[in-house]
Write a protein that binds this ligand. Structure first.
Ligand code: 13P
Length: 255
C-alpha cells in the first residue's frame, strides 16, 4: 500500500480583525507563495464579511479560505448567524468550530460543536475542531479529563483526515505570548492522538492535529518540527503577510 502523507496545515485565524483593505495582505501572501515548489496547505480564516472579497484575491493561488464558526442549520430564523452553506457560497472550503473564544463568549458546548462540524460536512466544508484546557483546569489537574471530554463529545464519530483537523489550543497560550513548551505540546498531542484513535479507530490515526497558541515566526519552525504536530492554527501572527509567510516557511514539506 502506498504511504500517503498529508501535508502540514498552516491556518490563520484572523478572529474579529480586518476590513476589505486587508485584501492587500492576501495579495502579499499570494505573491510570497508564488513560485514555491513545495508548500504545506495554507489556509486563511478571515471574518465572514471578507470571504467573498478575498475569494478573487486567492483564485489561482494555493491559499484556501475558511470561516470561523457556523450555525448548525443551513438557513432560517437565526438573526446574526451564518450557515456553513453561506460560508461555502462566499468562497470558504474550511470552517473553524469550537474555538475557545466561541465556547467562552457564546457558551458553545461540546454537543453544539459536534453539530457544527456535521453542518460543515453537510455544506461540503472541512472542519477544524478546536479543543484545549484553561489555566484553571490545568492547575487543578483537570487537563486530561477536559481534553478527553472535548474529544468524546465535540469530535464526531464520522471525523476523518479528509473532512477535519483537530486543533489543540491551550487557552492559557492564546494571545498571551505564553507558548506551551515543546514537551507540553508533544505530550498533549500524544494524549489527544491516543484518544482520537480510541474513539475513531483507524481514522483517528491520520486526522491532522494542529497546535495553536502564540505561534509566531520565531517559534513556528520548532513547533512544526515537534513530534505529533501536523500544523498550526495562528491568531495574531497571521494578520500580516510577512509574519504568516515566515510561519509557512517553518512547515515540514515532503522532499
Ligand atoms: P494567538 O496566535 O494570537 O495566540 O491565537 C491563537 C488562536 O486562538 C488561533 O485560533
Amino acid at each position: 500500500m502506498d504511504i500517503v502523507t498529508t501535508p502540514q496545515l498552516i491556518a490563520g485565524n484572523w478572529k474579529m480583525n480586518g476590513l476589505l483593505a486587508a485584501r492587500g495582505e492576501i495579495a502579499a501572501l499570494a505573491a510570497g507563495l508564488k513560485g514555491r515548489a513545495r508548500l504545506p496547505e495554507v489556509l486563511v480564516c478571515p471574518p465572514a464579511t471578507l470571504l467573498h472579497g478575498f475569494s478573487g484575491a486567492v483564485a489561482g493561488t494555493p491559499i484556501k479560505l475558511g470561516g470561523q464558526t457556523c450555525h448548525t442549520a443551513a438557513a432560517g430564523a437565526h438573526t446574526g448567524d451564518v450557515s456553513a452553506e453561506m460560508l461555502k457560497d462566499a468562497g470558504a472550503s474550511y470552517v473553524i468550530v469550537g474555538h475557545s473564544e466561541r465556547r467562552t463568549d457564546h457558551n458553545e458546548a461540546n454537543a453544539l460543536v459536534a453539530a457544527q462540524a456535521r453542518a460543515a460536512w453537510r455544506a461540503g466544508l472541512s472542519a477544524i475542531i478546536c479543543i484545549g484546557e484553561s489555566e484553571a483546569q490545568r492547575s487543578a489537574g483537570q487537563m486530561e479529563k477536559t481534553l478527553a471530554d472535548q474529544i468524546a463529545y465535540s469530535v464526531p464519530s464520522e471525523t476523518t483526515v479528509a473532512n477535519a483537523a483537530v486543533a489543540y489550543e491551550p487557552i492559557w497560550a492564546i494571545g498571551t505570548g505564553k507558548t506551551a513548551s515543546l514537551d507540553d505540546i508533544e505530550g498533549a498531542h500524544a494524549f489527544i492522538r491516543a484518544r482520537l484513535e480510541a474513539s475513531l479507530g483507524p481514522a483517528g490515526r491520520s486526522v491532522r492535529l494542529l497546535y495553536g497558541g502564540s505561534v509566531k515566526p520565531s517559534n513556528a519552525k520548532e513547533i512544526l518540527s515537534t513530534r505529533g504536530v501536523d500544523g498550526v492554527l495562528v491568531g495574531g501572527a497571521s494578520l500580516k503577510a510577512a509574519d504568516f509567510l515566515a510561519i509557512v516557511d517553518g512547515a515540514r514539506v515532503a522532499v
